[in-house]
Design a protein around this ligand. Structure first.
Ligand code: UD1
Length: 360
């Protein structure tokens, strides 16, 4: 039996890991005896219940074998503490593969801990590039890709990025596990979430916004431009506030810009999907939310100067507006739907990943 150790820590990783865990359970159920065993290690990077525990319960993600409770601190400190703790876990658990997701500090720590013990690493969501090395995520993904043995790419462009950096062995275009999750949980959200009625929102009549990226939250001028644009959009604006953003805004003069905005705490996954599905336009600096907008057929305005998900822009779903107040207002007023993006697959990316791991 193949033993897989999955390292997760931050909100978007719970979603991606849920798609793969489900594929593992499905594959085991089809076989006469289980083919794979998965253990999940949660670094604790995200620790608030509504950023972590509720995701595990709503996504049906198996409970972590260990929660290392290592959230908080500077990037280097957090990553270093994770590296120390993850090494101990890997030594005692001896997995055949270490599975890492995306581009967070937990991703890099998981990859580094594994390779230093000679354990093979498989990276889900490999090959993404923003070409902005000021982003902590860009450094995390470049380094994680470089030391992974299997690289599972969501798009063909991601495969090309890896080829340009000299990586082609072990590289596979499998599609996007977030699309798998969107398909599975989209219908459940419609059934189970009552967030629209709780917030008195009419489907198709409100804007949904998220802002948490360090380049926006830690730069008062950018944050002011973004919040000022949001407060001037014609229609209701819902803004689930990431703890980082809340801290910055509430301790500054920017607080008054929230008066016209419906701010709520970070929302559970099913509520977020319901909000996304029925929004008129989504404005975000998140990577995952840009794609979820497309998955649910909603136009997106990205509050960054570049995106890793360039196909959403090329297909007409997404406009890059940066932190430019006028551009954001104009893009939100004129946002449109676009054409089909085939690269993300048919909701079967996680199954392909399992097949490749079993063959490796
Ligand atoms: C991290 C990822 C980012 C991802 C995001 C998803 C890195 C470098 N960044 O950013 O790529 O898009 O997760 O949300 O790994 N905090 C809380 N409660 C929590 C979690 C965080 O209060 O549950 C606080 C932390 O103490 C910190 C701030 O929020 O002050 C930022 O959290 P952190 O995990 O460092 O990064 P994110 O901004 O969430």
């Amino acid at each position: 039996m193949l033993k897989i150790l999955t390292v997760v820590g931050a909100r978007p990783q719970f979603v991606k890991a849920a798609a793969v865990s489900k594929a593992i359970a499905d594959r085991n159920a089809q076989a006469s005896s289980p083919l794979l065993r998965e253990e999940i290690i949660h670094t604790g990077q995200h620790y608030d219940d509504n950023m972590s525990a509720i995701f595990f319960s709503q996504l049906g993600l198996p409970a972590p074998a260990a929660n290392l409770s290592l959230g908080g601190g500077s990037h280097g400190e957090m990553t270093g503490r994770m590296l120390i703790a993850l090494e101990k876990e890997l030594v005692s658990r001896r997995p055949d593969w270490v599975l890492i997701y995306g581009d967070t500090n937990s991703t890099l720590a998981g990859a580094l801990a594994a390779v230093k013990l000679g354990m093979p690493v498989a990276h889900v969501e490999a090959g993404l590039r923003s070409f902005n090395r000021a982003m902590p995520e860009e450094i995390n993904r470049i380094l994680a890709d470089r030391i992974s043995r299997l690289l599972f790419c969501p798009t063909r462009i991601a495969v090309q990025h890896l080829a340009a950096e000299g990586m082609s062995a072990g590289v596979f275009h499998v599609g996007d596990v977030m699309y798998d999750a969107a398909k599975t949980f989209g219908a459940i959200a419609d059934r189970d979430s009552d967030i629209l009625s709780r917030l008195a929102l009419k489907p198709g009549k409100y804007f949904l916004a998220t802002v948490h990226r360090q380049e926006n939250t830690d730069d008062p001028a950018r944050l002011e431009a973004i919040l000022s644009a949001l407060s001037e959009l014609e229609g209701a604006v819902v803004l689930p506030l990431h703890p980082r953003t809340r801290k910055t805004v509430e301790s500054s003069s920017l607080k008054k810009l929230l008066l016209n905005i419906i701010t709520v705490d970070p929302v559970p996954f099913l509520d977020m999907i319901a909000l996304e599905k029925h929004a008129k336009v989504i404005l975000t600096d998140s990577g995952g939310v840009q794609k979820e907008a497309y998955f649910h057929g909603v136009p997106c305005v990205t509050l960054r100067d570049e995106t890793e998900w360039t196909e959403t822009v090329d297909a007409g779903w997404n406009v890059l507006a940066g932190a430019d107040r006028e551009k954001i207002i104009c893009a939100a007023a004129n946002a449109k739907t676009g054409s089909l993006i085939e690269d993300y697959g048919a909701g079967d990316a996680a199954g392909k990943i399992i097949d490749l791991l079993l063959q490796a």
